[in-house]
Each structure stands twice: as C-alpha cells, then as structure tokens.
Design a protein around this ligand. Structure first.
Ligand code: NAD
Ligand code: AHE
Ligand code: ZN
Length: 375
C-alpha cells in the first residue's frame, strides 16, 4: 500500500515527506495506523549522523500512538481496532532477559531491529522498489507502520493519541528512570541535568515519589519556569556556574551534621559526556547514584576518577525508563487519564507531517519541549 512518510535520506539532511510503499503484516506482525508521533532528541541524534547504528535511507520516529488496522497470521495478543503504542523496547516475556526479571531490555528482536529490519530479516518499507530501513523497530514518522505484536502496548481507547504518543518514549523514560531504575524514595535530594522533554519528566517523576529537593541544571534560562512548573525547587544555569558547577551543587545539597553535600540521585538528560561526569561528581559520597539517560554519539566516552566509585557513588544507565512496555505503558496511560501525571503542557507544538522539519528546527532552537506530528 502507499503511505505518507518522512524519509531520512542521508545524515544531516532534512527529512523528505513523500509517498512510500509499505507491505502488509507477516506472521506475528500488525499493521498500525499511526495517529500521532512525538519528535524525540534521539530522532535528531540519528538524523545528525552521530548514531553508530544509524542507517539511511530510513523512516525514523519512535514515539507514536495509533490503531491496529490489520494483523498477520498467528497474532493472538491484539486485534484489529485496538489502540496501541509502538514499543522500541519490546516485551516478549520469553527471552532470557524478560525471564530474568532483572532488565526491561528484551532481546527477542534486538539484532534485526538494530539492522533496520523486521524480525524475518526483511523490510516492509520501500520507495520505487528500493528498500527503506525501519528505525528502532517502530518507524512512526509514517501514517502506517508494521510492528511485531510483541512491540505494541494495548492501551485504553478513551486516551487521546496526540498526548499519549509521548508515553511511547519521553514520559516513560523520565518517570521510569526515577521509579524503576533509581527507585527514588520520598525525602530524597536529586539533581536533573538537562530540562528538555526527558528531564522534565524526570522532575515530574521525582515530584510523584515525594523527593524533597529537586535541582534542575540547564544552559537555557527559559527552562527555569518549565522545571518549576513540574516540581523543580532550585534552578542552576550551568554556564553561569562554569568550572564551579559541581562545587556549587554539592554546596547546595549540604544537609545533616557532617555537611558533606552531594545529591542522593542525579540524572543526565543531555547526552553530553562531560555533563555525565559532572552528574556523577555531584552525587553524595557513600551512596549517591547517578543515572545516565542521555545518548552520546559515536566515539564519545565517559571518564571519571575511579575514586568517585571507590567512595561509594554508583553510575548506572536507564533505557526506556526500565519499563516493560506491554505491562507498564498501559498503566502510565491510566496515570495520565487519572491526572496523576501531566503531559499536555509539555506538548508545546503540533504540526502536520508536511511540517515535520519545523519540529526539528524548534528543538535545535531550544524553543520546544515536545513537538507532536498529528496525522
Ligand atoms: P531535549 O533537546 O529536549 O533536551 C535537552 C536539554 O539539555 C535542553 O534543555 C538543553 O538546553 C539541555 N542541555 C544541553 N547541554 C547542556 C549542558 N551542558 N548542561 C545542562 N543542560 C544542557 O532532549 P530530550 O528529548 O529531553 O532528550 C535528552 C537526551 O535523552 C538525549 O540525549 C536523548 O537522545 C536521550 N534519550 C534517552 C532515552 C533512553 O531511553 N535512555 C530516551 C529518550 C531520550
Ligand atoms: N543506537 C545508539 C544507542 C541509542 C540508545 O541508547 N537508545 C536507547 C533509547 S533512546 C530513545 O529515545 C535504548 O533504548 N537503548 C537500548 C538499546 O537496546 O538500544 C548507539 O549508541 O548505538
Ligand atoms: Zn526517544
């Protein structure tokens, strides 16, 4: 069938909105009509050419919501008409990782997903007979896409697509990093580096679990009001603090008789390896945990003095907020519908697919929190 898609033709080039061809679902797969998709910084990361797994030409996008319009042979867990959120982290419930209960990183289809292919090793997308790559197993920058049934979360039908698409990545990543990865307790002190579409959801998660002091760090002063809107208690401009940033943060978090300082939890939501180091160093000696959420480009490496870890700090990472998609995503949609979490104010811009490149421009300019393409 013919579908409308934004095609990433080459690294660093604007997306080309055009008609492409999509084959129907094969065994174990579903055809989803995408109703809305967010634009995450990771789409920009891959489009820029920094992603070591980046493939071109491809249909990017991984933050969608839509309706199942067809199912392939053998599909049992979802049906035509179901409302779903595509999952770039699937949940097969059978692979060693799913069965371990130690991680959300299902391995059932990760190898082919990283090659831009469906699990049978082929692509469903093409243009003029030439193959187009899938992206993150989701390719939501198209009005129809094909996914394995283990890579969709069935959600309630009264939830608006143009808001819950954000649960397909940003909301779940931020809130999940707090609740699943760090397991932050009430009364904790926390520092969030980078107050964009992910960092604000970390802040929202910290407020939800009852964190006491929530410090936000950004280089853009416009983010102060955004952080405060979702529960941030203190704002620090990293450029103003300069080389003294870590010392300033440690000083801000001094509590108790020993006056050592440092946060119980820190979160990197920038993808900048120098910031990741600052986030580790701003943790409390003996127990502080620093969670890396940001994604860094090919060739980038993190560095720190081992002393930071010897003295009890913990460095860990979080993908998709440690969430098990088919189990956890429907619950997060419920939280949104029950007004336990907010999404609407973070969606600062909406646009038709034809204007998708404007969403990337707004991100570059630091003017948006989330742009959502509505089909
Ligand atoms: P964004 O562009 O919306 O926000 C990034 C923020 O970081 C901006 O507010 C920017 O001003 C700020 N920033 C930039 N440099 C900084 C610095 N030196 N110090 C402090 N703040 C700085 O991006 P986003 O959508 O929020 O994504 C954030 C990161 O998370 C990206 O690297 C993205 O690829 C990654 N990500 C990871 C996962 C995961 O599962 N691990 C999921 C989604 C996104
Ligand atoms: N392809 C990159 C890694 C990108 C990455 O880490 N992606 C995150 C999700 S970002 C969503 O916005 C993730 O889930 N990682 C786990 C995985 O299996 O990819 C690279 O560096 O090669
Ligand atoms: Zn994302």
């Amino acid at each position: 069938m013919d579908v409308r898609a934004a095609v990433a033709v080459a690294a660093g080039k604007p997306l080309e909105v055009t008609t492409v061809q999509l084959e129907g679902p094969k065994a174990g797969e579903v055809l989803v009509e995408i109703k809305a998709t967010g634009i995450c910084h990771t789409d920009e990361f891959t489009l820029s050419g920094a992603d070591p797994e980046g493939l071109f030409p491809a249909v990017l996008g991984h933050e969608g919501a839509g309706v199942i319009v067809d199912v392939g042979p053998g599909v049992t867990t979802v049906k035509q008409g179901d409302h779903v959120i595509p999952l770039y982290t699937p949940e097969c419930r059978q692979c060693p990782s799913c069965l371990s209960r130690k991680t959300n990183l299902c391995t059932a289809i990760r190898a082919t997903q990283g090659q831009g292919l469906m699990p049978d090793g082929s692509s469903r997308f093409s243009i003029g007979g030439k193959k187009l790559h899938h992206y993150m197993g989701t390719s939501t920058f198209a009005n129809f896409t094909v996914l394995p049934e283990i890579a969709v979360a069935k959600v309630r039908e009264d939830a608006p697509f143009d808001k819950i698409c954000y649960i397909g990545c940003g909301v779940t990543t931020g809130i999940g990093a707090v609740m699943n990865t760090a397991k932050v307790q009430a009364g904790a002190t926390a520092i969030v580096f980078g107050l964009g579409g992910i960092g604000l959801n970390v802040i929202q998660g910290l407020r939800l679990v009852g964190a006491d002091m929530i410090i936000g760090v950004d280089i853009n002063n416009d983010k102060k009001k955004w952080g405060e809107r979702f529960g941030m208690t203190h704002f620090v401009n990293a450029n103003d603090a300069g080389k003294d940033l870590v010392a300033h943060l440690v000083n801000l978090t001094k509590r108790g008789a020993d006056q050592i300082g440092g946060a119980d939890y820190t979160f990197d939501c920038t993808g900048n390896v120098n910031v990741m180091r600052q986030a580790l160093e701003a943790c409390h000696r003996g127990w502080g945990e620093s969670v890396i959420i940001g994604v860094a480009g090919a060739g980038q490496e993190i560095a720190a003095r081992p002393f930071q870890l010897v003295t009890g700090r913990v460095w860990k990472g979080s993908a998709f907020g440690g969430a098990r998609g088919r189990t956890d995503v429907p619950k997060i949609v419920d939280w949104y519908m029950e007004k336990k979490i907010e999404i609407d104010p973070m969606i600062t811009h909406t646009m038709p697919l034809a204007d998708i490149n404007k969403g990337f421009d707004l991100m570059h300019a630091g003017k948006s929190i989330r742009s959502v393409v509505v089909f």
